[in-house]
Design a protein around this ligand. Structure first.
Ligand code: NZQ
Ligand code: ZN
Length: 386
């Protein structure tokens, strides 16, 4: 196990009926005016907008609002929001939505205090020194953005979907009320589960030896995710399964699961290029990439893939190589069974896109820790995934 220093400052408020308290919490921190940020409209359809604005008003919180954040959130929206906030002056941001809205809020929180173009921060040309507090209301569990320090934004002009991590990005407070997720379309519930599993995979298969405690934690998150999504596909209104999946998703990427291990993150790097080229949903891209990545790299650590097969997918004991291969097939079959795509072809990718996507994925250098991947490796993975 590697050394670690863990300090997650986000206050997480979890459970049914907690959205109604957002205004009370903000008032408790002494902030008076916020930007209410949201996506394309699901929060109007499911009543979350009404609950949030009522609570803000009842607690004397003044707000301006901006909607229209799209999945795979874009830089132009961040710029628009920053301009609005600088003009109107706010004390904080209230993202109401999923990872896309949270990640946009984080970019805006830093952009508010930065004089240049916010993309400079993502390019590493300038450092985040300060950010506005974020008081989030999560409506889809997937990314862990509600309790982590990452923001992933798409520079659509330059086809760069890049992440930025900063301590200043941890939300001050996030509300996770699983009951508001009952209105999620089936495919979005599936995307959330795929992303959750992918976050666990990145840490679990990173190649760090002697991490038993962390492996047991990861396996618990993976089993819970698999069981919960199956229940939800039969009954989307099952609160207990929503709650299990929501907590699993937060735990998968709030830093805890990754402790003591290197973390591979090659598959995420590859997926971000898929999204940059076609706007495919992040969770769908991961369901396609992960089994192909596993096929390409499992020989680096067949025992770990065999352990995954046994503990998470119930693969019978045989040789490590045999179990590893069966585990990869079983994972693919699981993705297929919940309606996730498992090939690039079925999502409209064409063969001529593979090379430029491989190039795009390694734009900032090689990927991965279990196996260092250059362009040729990524291309091979994309061919397996095709
Ligand atoms: O836009 P609206 O109308 O709100 O609809 C959204 C959107 O279409 C819908 N939705 C959300 N809550 C709903 C709902 N529909 C009905 N009922 C509800 N309760 O769901 C759709 C997807 O939303 P989005 O925010 O895009 O999903 P997700 O949370 O999966 O976020 C994905 C983004 O996060 C990035 C991804 O790359 C992608 O851009 N990631 C962020 C990470 C982080 N910050 O740590 C890590 C991840 O690995 C990932 O890269
Ligand atoms: Zn992810």
């Amino acid at each position: 196990m590697k050394n670690f220093d863990y300090n997650n400052p986000t206050r997480l408020v979890f459970g049914r009926g907690t959205v109604e308290n957002i205004g009370k919490y903000i008032a408790g921190y002494g902030d008076k005016k916020v930007l209410l940020l949201y996506g394309k409209g699901s929060i109007f359809a499911n009543g979350t907008y009404d609950k949030v604005t009522k609570s803000l008003r009842e607690n004397g919180i003044d707000f301006i609002e901006l909607g229209g954040v799209k999945p795979n959130p874009v830089l132009t929206k961040v710029r628009e929001a920053v301009e609005l906030m600088k003009k109107e002056k706010v004390d904080g941001i209230v993202p109401v939505g999923g990872g896309s809205v949270f990640d946009t809020a984080k970019a805006c929180a830093a952009g508010y205090f930065y004089d240049g173009d916010v993309w400079d921060l993502y390019e590493g040309k300038a450092k985040v020194t300060r950010a506005l507090p974020i008081y989030g209301v999560l409506t889809i569990s997937a990314t862990g953005s509600e309790m982590n320090h990452n923001s992933v934004i798409m520079n659509e002009e330059e086809k760069k979907k890049w992440g930025l991590g900063s301590r200043a990005f941890y939300p001050r407070l996030s509300i996770v009320d699983p009951s508001v997720q009952a209105t999620l379309p089936r495919n979005q519930t599936v995307n959330g589960a795929c992303d959750t599993l992918a976050h666990v995979f990145e840490a679990y298969f990173g190649g760090t030896p002697s991490t038993r405690m962390q492996d047991e934690l990861s396996e618990g998150i993976m089993r819970t995710t698999i069981d919960s999504v199956r229940i939800l596909l039969d009954d989307p209104s099952d609160y207990d399964a929503r709650a299990e999946l929501a907590w699993a998703a937060t735990l998968a990427l709030n830093g805890l699961n990754g402790l003591g291990r290197a973390g591979d993150w090659a598959s995420h790097g590859i997926e971000h290029s898929l999204s940059a080229f076609t706007d495919i949903a992040h969770g769908e891209g991961l369901a396609i990439v992960f089994p192909a990545w596993m096929k390409h790299v499992y020989r680096e650590d067949p025992e770990k893939f065999a352990r995954f097969g046994e503990k998470v997918l119930g693969i019978d004991k045989s040789s490590a190589e045999d179990m590893a291969l069966k585990a990869i097939e079983a994972l693919k079959e699981f993705f297929r069974s919940i309606g996730a795509p498992v090939t690039l072809r079925e999502r409209g990718f064409t063969e001529d896109m593979l090379e430029p996507m491989a190039e795009n994925a390694v734009m900032k250098g090689s990927l991965g820790t279990l196996k260092k991947l250059g362009k040729e490796d990524v291309l091979e993975i994309l061919k397996i995934a095709f």
